[in-house]
Design a protein around this ligand. Structure first.
Ligand SMILES: NC(=O)c1ccc[n+]([C@@H]2O[C@H](COP(=O)([O-])OP(=O)(O)OC[C@H]3O[C@@H](n4cnc5c(N)ncnc54)[C@H](O)[C@@H]3O)[C@@H](O)[C@H]2O)c1
Length: 357
């Protein structure tokens, strides 16, 4: 396969902001189909990919265009449904995060990929930033020693996406900032830790800003559509704690709205030889040379967007040039963690994670 027939389902914010620019850097992808139920999205999409045909029904697009691979940029509750349909029709899938809205749906996606033998990769763009790759190497070289503790989060002061629409409707999103932002930073942290197995979680969730419309961070406005008077039954802040089988622990916090200084996303890991912080993509290393405490700020431009890096891996896997950076079991594990944190928030107790399937 040298020319890959490619299609998109969902032509909203993340399609325009990240997928379309990334695909422009993939000469192997020939975009043949563009699908959205909202025809108002077609004009922007066809101006980007003028040779593609537009559809309002993804099954019709799959049957007519017979794409080799498809990107799903859909509301969360549709990820599993459309991914399974595509995989069963023999189409490789690159799906946006979060993998699914519950563990059963994530398992269905994994099973469909295994049964069809087609590739399923779910977006983990932050793994592909230069800063993240540099830290991965630093950890794999053993420079951190034993990593035993960490913190991660993505906290916004005011930045609720698509208020009243699918983002703030639990049945369609699976939850608020924990599933929306937590999937990014918890994944990045566990991946940098070397994928230890989570064994127990606890969490607390709050909903304090459903009726406070002093929004919004303009960078969030491109995601989802606001629906006046719509549903808001998800949390706006989660704090929690994860324990791993190797004894390591991780503190987490995720907010869409919270009375804090400003938005930031961060990972901080502590090993017995060194530690690091990753904050909004900037990194610092903290270690010791002899008896001297040493701080290092590696030069890192993050010149290539994470989505572009992820697409490069996806395309290279399809062409047999690389191994996938992501495997579906990691998605099942991630959704299992997130759902267990929600369960802990409801019950007020720590939740033990069952044996990983
Ligand atoms: N990786 C990241 O950094 C990142 C950032 C933002 C959003 N996302 C994820 O991307 C996904 C989409 O988010 P968004 O902000 O683009 O949302 P959005 O609401 O802006 O776009 C979703 C699009 O899907 C379309 N759609 C809905 N149902 C459809 C159907 N049945 N068939 C075809 N099209 C349909 C909608 O009309 C809309 O245009 C979400 O899962 C979100 O979590 C990822």
């Amino acid at each position: 396969m040298s020319n890959i027939r490619f299609a998109f389902v969902g032509l909203g914010g993340i399609f325009a902001g990240s997928h379309a620019p990334a695909v422009k850097h993939m000469p192997e992808l020939e975009v043949v189909g563009l699908c959205d139920i909202d025809e108002g999205k077609f004009q922007r999409a066809t101006s980007l990919f003028p040779n593609a045909r537009t559809y309002t029904d993804y099954l019709e697009m799959f049957k007519t265009e017979k794409p080799d691979a498809v990107a799903l940029c859909l509301p969360n509750y549709l990820h599993s449904i459309v991914a399974v349909a595509a995989l069963e029709m023999g189409i490789h899938v690159l799906c946006e995060k979060p993998d699914a809205v519950n563990v059963e749906e994530a398992l269905k996606m994994k099973a469909a990929s295994e049964k069809s033998g087609k590739l399923l990769m779910v977006m983990r763009n932050n793994r592909f930033l230069e800063s993240s790759q540099l830290l991965k190497k630093y950890v794999e070289e053993g420079q951190m020693g034993d990593i035993y503790a960490g913190r991660c989060g993505w906290i916004r002061r005011r930045g609720i996406p698509g208020r009243g629409g699918w983002f703030t409707t639990k049945a369609q999103s699976g939850g608020g900032p924990l599933i929306d932002l937590g999937v990014h930073m918890i994944d990045l942290t566990i991946w940098l830790m070397g994928n230890p197995r989570p064994v127990a979680v606890s969490g607390a969730a709050f909903n304090k800003f459903a009726n406070n419309e002093v929004d919004t961070d303009p960078s969030v406005a491109m995601f989802g559509n606001t629906v006046k008077g719509g549903t808001f039954d998800v949390e706006d802040l989660v704090m929690g704690f994860i324990r791993f089988d190797n004894g390591a622990v991780l503190q987490i916090e995720f907010s869409w709205a919270s009375n804090i200084a400003a938005e930031k996303n961060f990972v901080e890991l502590r090993g017995d030889k060194a530690g690091f912080t990753w904050e909004n993509g900037n990194i610092n290393l903290y270690s010791q040379m002899g008896s001297t405490l040493t701080d290092v700020a590696p030069h890192c431009r993050n010149a290539i967007p994470g989505h572009q890096g992820y697409y490069r891996n996806f395309v290279n896997v399809l062409l047999g040039r690389e191994e996938p950076n992501f495997v579906p079991q990691q998605g099942v594990d991630m959704i299992r963690i997130l759902c267990a944190i929600y369960r802990s928030a409801e019950t007020g107790r720590e939740v033990l994670l069952e044996e990983q399937a």
